[in-house]
Design a protein around this ligand. Structure first.
Ligand SMILES: *[C@@H]1O[C@H](CO)[C@@H](O)[C@H](O)[C@H]1NC(C)=O
Ligand SMILES: *[C@@H]1O[C@H](CO)[C@@H](O)[C@H](O)[C@H]1NC(C)=O
Length: 180
C-alpha cells in the first residue's frame, strides 16, 4: 500500500511540475520583465493572504536582472499602517520563466504571460498538506485600459481561483503606487 501511495504522490508531484513548466511563457527572456511595474490584481485560493496585511498582499514596483540570472524584485507591502519598501531575490530554475524563492516555505514563481504592456505571474507555496496559489496581474503603466484582463481571468480559473477571490490592489494600498 505504501509503495502505491508513494507512486501516486510522485506522479502528482511530476504532474504539478509539468503543468508549471507548460505555463511558463514560451520563449521567455528575463530582459523582457526588467524595469518598473504596477500591480493591478491579486487572486488566491486563500483570500486571507491577499487581503490588506496578508502574507501575499504586495505591490510590485520593479524587477532587476542580476548578473547570475536571478531576479531582484522590489515591492511595497503594508506594515503597521504604513507602506514599506522591500525586495526579494527570485532564483532561476532550469525552466525559462520559472523561479523559486523562500518565503514561508518554498515558492515557485512562473511568468505565465509577458507582453510589452503586462505580465501575469503565478506563485505557489508548497506545504506538506496543501498548495497555496496566488495569481498576479501587473502592468507597465498606471492604467491598464483593459489590457491583460482576459488572459488573467483565464489563468485564475485554470488555477481554480474564483473571481470572488480576486482583489483590485488599488483598493488596498493606493498610496503605494505613488511612493516611488
Ligand atoms: C535588490 O534591490 C534593492 C533595491 O531595490 C537593493 O537595496 C538590494 O541591494 C538589491 N539586492 C541585490 C542582491 O542585488
Ligand atoms: C507555505 O508553505 C509552508 C511549508 O512549506 C507553510 O509552512 C506555510 O504556512 C505556507 N504559507 C502560506 C501562506 O500558506
Amino acid at each position: 500500500i505504501s509503495t502505491s501511495h508513494g507512486r501516486g504522490m510522485k506522479s502528482l508531484l511530476l504532474l504539478s511540475i509539468g503543468l508549471g513548466r507548460a505555463w511558463a511563457q514560451p520563449g521567455f527572456h528575463p530582459e523582457q520583465v526588467e524595469g518598473p511595474w504596477t500591480t493591478f490584481k491579486l487572486g488566491s485560493t486563500d483570500q486571507s493572504v491577499i487581503e490588506e496585511g496578508g502574507a501575499y498582499c504586495c505591490f510590485m514596483t520593479g524587477i532587476t536582472l542580476l548578473e547570475n540570472g536571478n531576479l531582484n524584485i522590489t515591492y511595497f507591502h503594508r506594515k503597521d499602517e504604513k507602506c514599506v519598501k522591500d525586495f526579494y531575490i527570485a532564483e532561476k530554475t532550469d525552466t525559462p520563466g520559472r523561479y523559486t524563492f523562500e518565503y514561508q516555505g518554498k515558492n515557485y514563481l512562473t511568468f505565465v504571460v509577458v507582453t510589452n504592456d503586462i505580465t501575469i505571474i503565478d506563485l505557489d507555496n508548497h506545504s506538506d498538506s496543501s498548495i497555496l496559489m496566488v495569481v498576479e496581474l501587473h502592468g507597465r503603466t498606471l492604467s491598464l485600459g483593459g489590457l491583460g484582463l482576459e488572459p488573467y481571468r483565464k489563468h485564475t480559473s485554470r488555477r481554480g481561483i474564483s473571481q470572488g477571490n480576486v482583489v483590485d490592489l488599488s483598493l488596498y494600498c493606493p498610496a503605494c503606487a505613488t511612493l516611488e
